[in-house]
Design a protein. Structure first.
Length: 183
């Protein structure tokens, strides 16, 4: 027995309105039906390939998590930074390592975990001392008194963290600190 109902539907693939003879019809023609099927099959294939690629990406990181000793390159991969950064962390003592010979630097996995578990202690700022201008040399006075160049005096000030006081166009440095360093 044939159906005599006619239902206005919208095609799921192309979006054109059509007259359907059943209530479950989704596509306006056989062509739209096959194109939608092919699109679903293509999306399923792409999805499986993407999942496989993601598994392959995650697998090396899981392997690194399981190993006890790591190379510098593996630590860089684990921390998502460059190899030079890891060498800098080693040089600064931020990460402990052992060099077993030429090109055999090894880092214990637990040492990397310790870096993240350590609480940094806040270093209290140095107290600010207000110096009077009468207790300070100007830059020119210090150069003349000690017989050093402008660049040399500047490097000494930077190296020893000597405070500078700006007053108008002049820069002053405390007499007692400079006298202790250069006398």
């Amino acid at each position: 027995m044939s159906s005599s109902i006619k239902v206005q539907r919208i095609c799921q693939h192309c979006g054109i309105e059509f007259t359907a003879f059943t209530t479950v019809t989704q596509f306006c023609s056989k062509i739209c039906n096959s194109r939608a099927y092919k699109a679903r099959a293509k999306a399923a294939k792409i999805d499986t390939v993407n999942k496989a690629t993601l598994r392959l990406k995650i697998k090396p990181l899981e392997d690194l998590m399981a190993r006890e000793f790591l190379t510098v390159r593996e630590v860089a991969q684990l921390l998502s930074c460059s190899v030079r950064s890891v060498y800098g962390y080693i040089d600064n003592g931020f990460i402990n390592s052992v060099n077993l010979g030429q090109r055999l630097t090894r880092i214990r996995r637990s040492d990397i975990d310790l870096v993240f578990n350590q609480q940094k202690q806040a270093i209290p700022p140095a107290p600010l001392v207000n110096y009077q201008i009468s207790e300070c040399y100007s830059i020119t006075e210090a150069q003349l008194k000690f017989g050093i160049s402008d660049n040399g005096l500047h490097k000494i000030i930077i190296r020893n963290n000597i405070p500078r006081i700006k007053q108008g166009k002049f820069t002053y440095i405390p007499k007692n600190l400079i006298d202790n360093l250069l006398s």
